[in-house]
Design a protein around this ligand. Structure first.
Ligand code: SAH
Ligand code: DHB
Ligand code: MG
Length: 222
């Protein structure tokens, strides 16, 4: 199988199961025009996040890494009217685009983008005694994944779901000798998760328009 086939199947699945959506299409166009990197989750992945949030009955969602707000729109649309999504973003330029896109999607009442280093915003949430989040989506700088997992544990409750994007990296994650800081970050995350008695986890490899990568799913058990 080739990238071309993965993309063709993703296009087919988008058409068959996801459909056209004005706000999401506009969010991607606005992000591209603003010069943001085109690394948002794919439409089929975005809908997976949406369905997981719905299935979890999520009322509070935390995202680490907003970019232009594409995944945030999918996630926030799963919230009830009085729900809350907080997305953390280091780049003021990315955050501005994300806020505009969330506003265009009519989600400004439930979704908020906080600018700053995610570790600082996460510490602030803990300091402020934030209510536990039902779902956390970790999708920012990959070397910090171990730290983000630690904060996510402090900001969730038994039954919460933590999802981590980009955990396979074209298979590089299996290379114990890798010097890629993203790969080292994922491998360290896997060690932490395996050693953490409060969680159960798995990871699933994915192919599609974004290439060969994967998601990690972590359920907080106790
Ligand atoms: N979740 C988005 C994609 C996020 S891309 C989507 O699927 O639509 C990763 C984002 O993480 C980028 O916008 C980048 O600026 C941000 N980021 C990188 N390092 C960060 C840090 N230390 N703290 C917060 N955000 C960070
Ligand atoms: C890349 C993809 C992502 O989903 C991400 O969050 C960061 C980087 C990439 O393909 O480089
Ligand atoms: Mg990602």
């Amino acid at each position: 199988m080739t990238q071309q086939q993965w993309t063709a199947v993703d296009e087919y699945l988008e058409q068959a199961l996801v459909g056209e959506d004005a706000a999401l299409t506009a969010a991607l166009a606005t992000s591209e025009r603003a010069g943001l990197p085109q690394i948002a989750v794919s439409p089929t992945q975005g809908k997976l996040l949406h369905l997981l949030a719905l299935t979890a009955g999520a009322r509070r969602i935390l995202e680490v890494g907003a970019l232009g707000g594409y995944s945030a729109i999918w996630l926030a649309r799963a919230l009830p009217a009085d729900g809350r999504l907080i997305s953390l973003e280091i780049s003021p330029a990315h955050a501005a685009v994300a806020r505009a896109n969330l506003h265009e999607a009519g989600l400004e009442k439930v979704a908020e983008v906080r600018t700053g280093r995610a570790v600082d915003s996460l510490a602030e949430l803990v300091d402020d005694g934030a209510e536990p989040f039902d779902l956390v989506f970790i999708d920012a700088d990959k070397p910090s994944n171990p730290e983000y997992f630690g904060w996510a544990l402090r900001l969730t409750r038994p039954g919460s779901l933590i999802i981590v994007d980009n955990v396979v990296r074209r298979g590089a994650v299996a290379d114990a000798e890798s010097t890629d800081s993203a790969v080292i970050g994922v491998r360290r995350l896997n060690e932490l998760v395996a050693a953490e008695p409060r969680v159960e986890a798995t990871a699933v490899q994915t192919v599609g328009s974004k290439g060969y990568d994967g998601f990690m799913l972590i359920r907080v058990m106790s």
